[in-house]
Design a protein around this ligand. Structure first.
Ligand code: ATP
Ligand code: MG
Ligand code: MG
Ligand code: MG
Length: 468
């Protein structure tokens, strides 16, 4: 059985052997790309290479890219802890061709890796292609020897990749692994595709067009961009049916079990998973220079951290917990990502301070939440005013409140929340209008008094949306 660290190396070695330059992961905060909140795919660091704006001295590359999907176009935050296959932070393994090889070679390389090097059984595999991509359909038939029922044509944008409204684009083909009948779920394109039985392990993008405002033109030198979730392929190779059962997550969850003294079963199972996942995204984001704050990237980090911290509280932790798990993460991932080791002191202090601060308001906020929902049953909705008070006075990000009510099947009136936020903004503006400095001070003192010793999270907090 190979561990995550060996699988990562095996992937990179395989592509190196096949003429690819192994390139380091780009940072989680993309360089020179203010439109993108976090790096959310392996191709991000190569965007300008694909468009031809930038030249490199290699035409083939392979990476293991750090990725966060917790905001913007790809947001998997709400899935974490509840599906077997989603993380907020994960590693995306990828091979890239910049106008070098194309569709046939890309499919061949992928097929050889998973069936020959990794030894996956062919009868567990199936693929999707874009409905109009007869070429890919024919190639899968030829290379893998699949019958037609194992090559599923998908007509939606799920199988057509675009960089933006204009720029390179093209059809894609996703490779799925069938974890077996005992797990709920159906093949891609079916009504049950959201289950955890058929899991997408690898996505091959065939960049063959250029979208201009007028037309979609064929690219003279088409390119390849692929992404495979390291944790998902590790689950397959380790014979487990859940990403959270791979060696890496078992180690993190066992650190969380040891620190809390609570076994990872029953309702505690999701909490340990959320903590392990959010620990990774928090530590990697801090190592790449993000600090918790009230807007933008920092607020997404704060939301992730506080969600994890609420779950630590749920497990009965009496003291800040997450910082104590940092050594376990560094043991598992520090060799592959030395930035974690370099930033260890900063990560530890940041986690400890944030959790210490949040714990001061967490308990009272949860008390208020309980009181406000005591009469609600499944299908009910928390009023927006209370959700806003929890946010404004107790430092509860909206999604944390939603997460806290999820197990009881209670929702939140988000329109009411937004209205309460708007009203407060308008009041603040009115207080500012036409006043001199003395009045300005009055606004600030007023706010301070209102928030007391707790925390004022700022009006801009929900603006933290990125777009790809
Ligand atoms: P899904 O449909 O399962 O959400 P996706 O199509 O959104 O995946 P891609 O954008 O194609 O994912 O990313 C490439 C690969 O990264 C996927 O094939 C999958 O193996 C992995 N992956 C995507 N999202 C996650 C996630 N949240 N956690 C772990 N791995 C992921
Ligand atoms: Mg997705
Ligand atoms: Mg998909
Ligand atoms: Mg995909």
């Amino acid at each position: 059985m190979s561990g995550v660290n060996e699988i990562r190396s095996a992937f990179l070695d395989y592509f190196a052997k096949n003429g690819h330059q192994v390139v380091e992961s780009g940072p989680l905060v993309p360089r020179n790309d203010p439109t993108l909140m976090f790096t959310n795919a392996g191709m991000v660091q190569f965007k300008n290479v694909f468009t031809g704006l930038e030249k490199r001295d290699y035409a083939r590359a392979a990476t293991s890219q750090k990725v966060v999907r917790a905001g913007g176009k790809h947001n998997d935050l709400d899935n974490v802890g509840y599906t077997a296959r989603h993380h907020t932070f994960f590693e995306m393994l990828g091979n890239f061709s910049f106008g070098d090889y194309f569709k046939e070679r890309a499919i061949e390389l992928a097929w050889t890796l998973i069936t020959k090097e990794f030894g996956l059984a062919k009868d567990r595999l199936l693929v999707t292609v874009f409905a109009e991509d007869d070429e890919a359909h024919g190639l899968w038939k030829k290379i893998a020897g699949f019958s037609d029922d194992r090559i599923i044509r998908i007509p939606t944008s799920d199988n057509f990749w675009t960089m933006g409204d204009t720029g390179p684009c093209g059809p894609c083909s996703e490779i799925f692994y069938d974890h077996g009948e005992h797990i709920w779920g159906g093949p891609p394109g079916s009504a049950e595709e959201d289950g955890d039985r058929f899991i997408e392990i690898w996505n091959l993008v065939f960049m063959q067009y250029e979208q201009t405002p007028q037309a979609r033109l064929p690219l003279p030198r088409p390119s390849i961009d692929t992404g495979m979730g390291l944790e998902r392929i590790a689950a397959v190779l380790q014979g487990v049916h859940d990403n959270y059962d791979i060696d890496l997550f078992r180690a993190l969850i066992s650190a969380s079990v040891n620190a809390t003294g609570v076994e990872a079963d029953g309702s505690a199972r999701a909490s340990h998973r959320v903590i392990a996942d959010h620990l990774r995204s928090s530590c990697f984001l801090i190592a790449d220079g993000v600090l918790p704050s009230n807007e933008g990237r920092g607020y997404v980090l704060r939301r992730i951290m506080r969600r994890g911290m609420r779950h630590a509280h749920l497990l009965g932790a009496q003291e800040p917990l997450m910082w104590r798990l940092v050594p376990a993460l560094i043991r598992e991932m520090g060799r592959a990502y030395p930035e974690l080791v370099r930033a260890e002191a900063l990560i530890t202090e940041t986690l400890r301070l944030e959790e210490g601060r949040f714990r001061k308001t967490l308990e009272r906020g949860l008390g208020l939440l309980d009181a406000a929902t005591v009469d609600l049953s499944e299908g009910g909705e928390l009023d927006g005013e209370t959700a806003f008070r929890l946010y404004d006075t107790y430092g509860f990000p909206l999604d944390l409140t939603q997460d806290a009510l999820r197990a009881r099947g209670i929702g939140v009136d988000t329109a009411g929340f937004a209205a309460a936020m708007e009203r407060q903004k308008a009041e603040a503006r009115a207080a500012w209008a036409g006043s001199g400095e003395a009045a300005t001070d009055a606004v600030w003192f007023g706010l301070k008094e209102k928030c007391g010793a707790t925390e004022f999270l700022g009006y801009e907090a929900e603006r933290a949306e990125g777009a790809v």
